[in-house]
Design a protein around this ligand. Structure first.
Ligand code: UD1
Ligand code: UDP
Length: 371
């Protein structure tokens, strides 16, 4: 027995940003939404700031699971989400991406027999050491509606035997989000003056993945590589530091090179402003690889592979690995690129297409042409 409303399970910064367009599209069609926040992210700078900036109401439920080992964290989510879905009886539960919160939402949905819709399906790094890779594969195989962003990711799903009638290529909702908020970021953000920066005269760094920052050697190598690469162009590097990375810097006693300036994690508008005005962006983030390809900023990925190879195919991204000399070479290759490639992640209508695909949800209202 299902109702006419829909649930969203989310828990981390990128899920809030990339599900916001789908939540908002549901509201435009008069659909009741019920947002279940797992509490995986809870610091204001990784969580509430995005609800405020993206104009979302606070979550309907917050399970407050917090940080823990993967099993304990995911287990706590499962119990809480199950209780919520039993109460709500939604027509469909939306999850996004590849985090532990995404996995928990999909797993409970499939157990309690609610249709699971996976936004950003089909991504594969083929690196089983990444906790996210395990999550991606499981989530895709238990989802009823899969929304890969590109034809390449759809092909990966077909190769794994996922039935064609579950797959709809929509582009990535991150394009919808960037298109909606980029102008506001440009007009409202004061981050350049707050940090004393000039457009085009700084580099930007984000690094937070387990395989980058939880390994002392790897973390030191990428900091050294980025510092050397930016020194060649005489650029300062701004690094809004994720709490996981900050914890590891302290634990390992790593001395951050002087060229790299640490700042607090930023809200979406400030971060978009820096991403679109940086000379080069260095990152191990999935979302940042996508956004730089949309904004026309050259990106160097500090990993040995990527589940977003489309960004490299269009010339927006160079996957450098973690060796300092390779990072320097990649930055030399990318710096100064015109940024005129076409983003591979669609035209900003992903959320509309996603909601169109769910049979239980109302169709788009016919647009009345104006005189
Ligand atoms: C998680 C996701 C990762 C995603 C990232 C987005 C998994 C397995 N990982 O990684 O895929 O790219 O979110 O940012 O789901 N912490 C805080 N405040 C918070 C949250 C965390 O200080 O609000 C600190 C805690 O010390 C915690 C650490 O950050 O131990 C890591 O948090 P966790 O949620 O385990 O994973 P992320 O590294 O954030
Ligand atoms: N982001 C942000 N402030 C920051 C760093 C990142 O708003 O200081 C946004 C960024 O614009 C992107 C998302 O966070 O939309 C990426 O999240 P993250 O790198 O944490 O996770 P991933 O995409 O790797 O899963």
């Amino acid at each position: 027995m299902t109702g006419s409303n829909v649930s969203f399970v989310l828990g981390t910064r990128p899920e809030i940003i990339k599900l916001a367009p789908v939540i908002q599209e549901c509201h435009r069609r008069g659909v009741d939404t019920h947002v279940i926040h797992t509490g995986q992210h809870y610091s204001d700078s990784l969580d509430a700031v995005f609800f405020r900036q993206l104009g979302l109401s606070p979550p309907d439920a917050n399970l407050e699971v917090g940080s823990d080992d993967h099993g304990a964290q995911t287990g706590a989510m499962l119990a809480g989400i199950e209780e919520e879905l039993h109460d709500i009886e939604p027509a469909v539960v939306f999850v996004q991406g590849d985090t532990n919160s995404t996995l928990a939402g999909a797993l409970v949905g499939s157990k309690v027999d609610v249709d699971v819709a996976h936004v950003e399906a089909g991504l594969r790094s083929f690196d089983d050491d990444m906790p996210e890779e395990t999550n991606r594969v499981i989530i895709d195989h238990i989802s009823d509606h899969l929304f890969p962003p590109t034809e390449e990711t759809a092909a990966l799903l077909r190769n794994e035997g996922i039935p064609e009638d579950r797959i709809t290529v929509t582009g990535n909702t991150v394009v919808d989000a960037v298109q909606t908020y980029d102008d506001r970021a440009a007009s409202e953000s004061r981050i350049l003056s707050e940090l004393g920066l000039t457009e085009g005269q700084f580099d930007l760094l984000t690094a937070h993945r387990v395989e980058t920052v939880d390994d002392r050697d790897a973390f030191e190598r990428i900091l050294s590589g980025v510092s050397r690469a930016s020194a060649q162009a005489d650029q300062e590097v701004i690094y809004p530091i994720h709490p996981r990375a900050e914890d590891r810097l302290e634990e390992f006693g790593i001395a951050v090179p002087a060229r790299i300036r640490l700042v607090e994690p930023l809200g979406f508008f400030d971060f978009l402003r820096l991403e679109s005005t940086a000379d080069v962006v260095f990152t191990d983030s999935g979302g940042v690889q996508e956004e730089t390809s949309i904004l026309g900023t050259p990106c160097v990925t500090l990993r040995y592979g990527t589940e977003r190879p489309e960004t490299a195919f269009v010339g927006a991204n160079c996957v450098a690995g973690r060796e300092p000399s390779a990072i320097v070479a990649a930055a030399t290759q990318m710096r100064g690129k015109a940024g005129d490639w076409k983003t591979p992640f669609g035209d900003g209508t992903a959320a509309v297409q996603i909601v169109d695909t769910i049979p239980e949800l109302p169709a788009r209202e016919a647009v009345t042409p104006t005189e």
